[in-house]
Unconditional design. Structure first.
Length: 362
């Protein structure tokens, strides 16, 4: 370059020197600019190497729901164990498990042969006693005979009629009948088996209307009310039904310190069964515009809970420790009452070893 410059200039040595100095100044200026740019680039790269790499999530308000979860059991609105009204031996069974029955339908019959024989004898006696009464009555109307004879015949007939009625009631008690409309869900007897009052031998369930019954801890008594929305989950069926609480007991059990709730609903599936396990998710709290974060993003120290937020600090970001006030939590999410707002960049990865004010890279 110098040789070319000298050759192109020609002329005196002074002119040549002046041309060389001009070229030198331009080259020096370009060198200076490049050195400054390289220095600035090295500084940024150095800062990037020092800053911690993190991931962030922008805070956006949403709907936060809290649920009380308790285990309950499914039952028909009418679920009754049917037993015999009198002791006896099973003679005939008229129904099988799964049969639909109506109120008053005979389910089984006990052996009533002895009672039937007694009834036949009483009816035969009634014929004789009635004839005797009619004759005494006719004589008495003709003023023949004594009043005592007439009243005695009348009393004998009435007494025998009452005895027949009582025996007929006993015979009726030898029939086991359904007290409700429903389906026979259990048959716990066999022909020839002896049964007695108080021991259920049939179970009849009416599934036209169902209910889920659950016991809830006393601590929730002020938060559960009639009309609250509830999600009923049946784990065995992998089904869920949304309903409302239909009744809340006013009594708290002395032993387990729980109160009972009922959720009535119509059957929507054919494979429901009495005593099936269900999970009640009672929505006891709801916030429409809540800031919520996963619970594992919250760190704690002696002063309480905190999170790290990435704040812009040109040209990079810094991690800032934000103290938070947490509300209720459910299913791994916590509602943040104070400390975070919409638009904040919550650091969700790489936050464990950060220091307040430390530079970070997103």
């Amino acid at each position: 370059l110098v040789i070319l410059t000298i050759s192109s200039c020609g002329g005196s040595k002074e002119d040549q020197l002046k041309a060389l100095k001009s070229k030198h100044d331009k080259i020096a200026e370009q060198i200076s600019i490049l050195e400054k740019e390289l220095a600035a680039s090295d500084t940024i790269n150095s800062e990037d190497k020092v800053a911690s790499k993190v991931a962030v999530t922008e805070m956006k308000p949403g709907v936060f729901n809290h649920f009380i979860e308790v285990q309950g059991k499914l039952d028909g609105e009418e679920n009754l164990g049917v037993s015999a009204k009198a002791p006896g031996t099973v003679e005939t069974i008229y129904v099988h498990m799964g049969d639909k029955v109506t109120k008053g339908q005979v389910l089984a019959k006990l052996d009533d042969a002895v009672l039937q024989q007694s009834l036949k004898q009483m009816n035969d006696n009634l014929v004789f006693v009635t004839e005797l009464y009619e004759k005494q009555k006719a004589l008495w109307e003709q003023k023949i005979g004594s009043e005592v004879q007439f009243l005695s015949a009348k009393n004998n007939r009435e007494s025998l009629e009452n005895s027949i009625k009582t025996l007929q009631d006993q015979i009726n008690m030898m029939r086991i009948v359904s007290p409700i409309n429903g389906t026979v869900e259990d048959v716990a007897i066999k022909i020839g088996q002896s049964v007695g009052p108080g021991l259920p031998i049939f179970r009849v369930v009416n599934f036209s209307s169902m209910k889920v019954v659950a016991d809830i801890a006393e601590s929730y008594s002020s938060r559960v009310n009639v009309g609250d929305e509830v999600v009923v989950h049946f784990p065995d069926l992998q089904k869920e039904i949304t309903a409302k609480i239909s009744s809340v007991s006013k009594y708290i059990g002395a032993q387990n310190r729980t109160f009972q709730v009922e959720v009535r609903m119509k059957p929507e599936f054919n494979n429901f069964k009495a005593n099936m396990i269900s999970i009640l998710k009672i929505n006891d709290y709801r916030s429409e515009n809540a800031i919520m974060i996963p619970i594992n993003f919250i760190q704690t120290d002696k002063e309480g809970g905190f999170v790290f937020v990435a704040e812009k600090s040109n040209p990079s970001y810094v991690a800032k420790r934000y103290r938070i006030v947490a509300g209720q939590n459910y299913n791994g999410l916590v509602e943040i009452k104070e400390g975070l707002k919409a638009g904040d960049l919550l650091i969700t990865a790489g936050q464990v070893d950060l220091q307040d004010g430390e530079k970070v890279r997103l």
